[in-house]
Ligand binder design. Structure first.
Ligand code: C5P
Length: 308
C-alpha cells in the first residue's frame, strides 16, 4: 500500500517578546524560533475517510483524535484547498512533549500537510503550504521551515535568521501540560498588574534587540546564553510557580541559562557543549526530573520515506 512518512521538529523560542492584542485575541509577537531534534513522525496512507492513530504518548487521552487534532484539520484543509476528494489515515508517532510549549501539535500539522501533499500528488508549493499552515496555528509555518527563524505578526510571518553553531539543550518536561491560551491570559494579568514596572523594562517594547542577532552569529553558546529571553514565561510562572525553581536548579547544575519553552511547561536549559549537557541531564534526573536531550537547529518538515 502507498505510504508517505514525514518528520517534523519541535521548537524552542530563543526569544519571545509579547506585544499588544489584536481584534481576534492574538498577541503581536516578536520571536526567534529554533527547531530542535525532537521529532514528530506522521505516516500517511490512503483511506476513504479521515482517520488518526497516535503512539508515543504515556497518556493517550491527552491527544484528541477528532477534529480538535491539528494534523487531521491540516489534512482536511489541504483536501478542501485542492479539491482532493479522498481521505487519509494519519499515524502520528510523537516525541515532542504534549502541551509542552514545544510546538508538537504544530509539527503534526506541518508533517500532515507535507505528507498529504505527497500522497495525493496535489503539488502545492511550499508557500501555499505555509499559507494553509498559518490558518491552522501560529507555529505551523515554522514547523514547515525549520532551522532558525524570526517570527513576527502572530509568530507566523517568518524570516530566516543567520545563525552559526549547534546548541545543546537539556529539556525538562512536565507530565501535566499547560494550555497556551491560558498562559497568554495569565501573562495579560501579570502585565496589567505590573504595567508600570514592565514599562521600565529595557526589553519593552518587545522587539528582538540587535545584540541578540550578533550573539547568534558568534555560534558560541556562552556568548549567546545571556540573550535567551521569554517574556511569556511570566504567564507560565504564574500558573506553575515551580518552573522558576526548575530553571534555578538547572543553572545550579551547570547550564549556561534556562528559559520556559514557548508557553511551557517544558524548561529548556542551554549547555556549553554535548558533554556538559549529558552531565547536567544526569544531575537533573537525580532530582527526579523527566529529562530529554536535544540539539538545534535542525531542518523543518521533510519526507523521510515515500512510495507515492
Ligand atoms: O495559533 P495557536 O492555535 O497556536 O494559538 C493558541 C492560542 O494561543 C490562541 O488562541 C491565543 O489565545 C494564544 N496566542 C496568542 N497570540 C499568539 C499566538 C497564540 O494570544 N501570537
Amino acid at each position: 500500500m502507498t505510504r508517505v512518512r514525514v518528520r517534523a521538529p519541535g521548537k524552542i523560542n530563543l526569544f519571545l517578546g509579547v506585544g499588544s492584542i489584536d481584534g481576534d485575541g492574538y498577541h503581536a509577537l516578536s520571536t526567534v524560533f529554533q527547531a530542535v531534534s525532537l521529532y514528530e513522525d506522521v505516516i500517511a496512507t490512503p483511506s476513504d475517510d479521515f482517520t488518526l492513530s497516535v503512539s508515543g504518548v504515556d497518556d493517550p487521552s491527552t491527544v484528541p483524535l477528532d477534529d480538535r487534532n491539528l494534523a487531521l484539520r491540516a489534512a482536511k484543509v489541504l483536501a478542501a484547498a485542492t479539491g482532493h476528494d479522498g481521505g487519509v489515515h494519519l499515524e502520528i508517532r510523537k516525541s515532542v512533549p504534549v502541551a509542552g510549549g514545544m510546538g508538537g501539535g504544530s509539527a503534526d500539522a506541518a508533517a500532515a500537510l507535507v505528507a498529504c501533499n505527497e500522497l495525493w500528488r496535489t503539488g502545492l508549493s511550499h508557500d501555499r503550504l505555509h499559507e494553509l499552515g498559518a490558518r491552522l496555528g501560529a507555529d505551523v509555518p515554522f514547523a514547515l521551515a525549520g532551522g532558525t527563524a524570526v517570527g513576527t505578526g502572530r509568530g507566523d510571518v517568518l524570516t530566516p535568521a543567520l545563525a552559526r553553531g549547534r546548541y545543546e539543550w537539556v529539556l525538562i518536561t512536565d507530565d501535566e501540560g499547560l494550555s497556551t491560551p491560558a498562559v497568554y491570559r495569565a501573562f495579560d494579568v501579570v502585565r496589567a498588574e505590573s504595567g508600570a514596572r514592565l514599562a521600565d523594562d529595557p526589553l519593552d517594547p518587545f522587539e528582538v534587540p540587535p545584540s541578540f542577532f550578533e550573539a547568534l552569529l558568534t555560534g558560541d553558546p556562552e556568548q549567546f546564553a545571556p540573550c535567551l529571553r521569554n517574556q511569556l514565561e511570566a504567564g507560565s510562572f504564574r500558573l506553575r510557580p515551580s518552573l522558576e525553581d526548575t530553571i534555578e536548579a538547572g543553572v545550579a547544575a551547570g547550564a549556561l541559562a534556562g528559559i520556559v519553552s514557548g508557553s511551557g511547561p517544558t524548561i529548556a536549559l542551554l549547555c556549553a557543549d554535548a558533554r556538559a549537557a549529558d552531565r547536567i541531564a544526569e544531575r537533573m534526573r537525580a532530582r527526579d526530573c523527566t529529562v530529554r536531550r536535544a540539539y538545534g537547529p535542525v531542518r523543518g518538515a521533510h519526507i523521510v520515506e515515500s512510495d507515492a
